[in-house]
Write a protein that binds this ligand. Structure first.
Ligand SMILES: [Zn+2]
Ligand SMILES: [Zn+2]
Length: 134
């Protein structure tokens, strides 16, 4: 048996696939029922609407979404973690994920700065000198 900290309340519990202690797991199951019930009547709801109607906190609803626990045709939108634009999957809207890709791989997105011709000249000189010395 392995002990871990509950990802919800931080209590020490015997590790399970949910990452939650028994108390939080039960609370989450109740929350899921509430949300599922609410979505049965709605075709489309935003994270905020679900929260307002059920009192379930955003974190739990998002976790349900990410785990695919919300079994519904409802299109659920919630705010992008960076700019707040409504999204229905992942953590960031398309624009923000593109931004991140750009930041991670700047070489692929930005034109390489032109090498100053002066430096090219120097490099050529340097190579010539090397050949001369050999
Ligand atoms: Zn807990
Ligand atoms: Zn965004």
């Amino acid at each position: 048996m392995k002990l871990a900290n509950c990802t919800q309340c931080g209590a020490v519990y015997v590790e399970n696939v949910h990452g939650l202690c028994v108390k939080c797991l039960r609370e989450e199951e109740e929350a899921e029922d509430l949300v599922a019930e609410f979505l049965r009547e709605k075709n489309k709801a935003s994270l905020e609407e679900i929260h307002q109607a059920t009192g379930v906190n955003h974190k739990i609803i998002l976790r349900m979404l990410k785990r695919g626990r919300i079994q519904s045709d409802a299109v659920i939108s919630y705010p992008c973690e960076t700019c707040g634009a409504p999204i229905s999957e992942g953590r960031l809207c398309e624009a923000c994920s593109n931004n991140i890709v750009r930041q991670l791989k700047p070489d692929e997105w930005q034109p390489k700065p032109e090498q100053p011709s002066e430096r090219k000249g120097n490099q050529r000189l340097y190579i010539k000198d090397l050949l001369k010395n050999k």
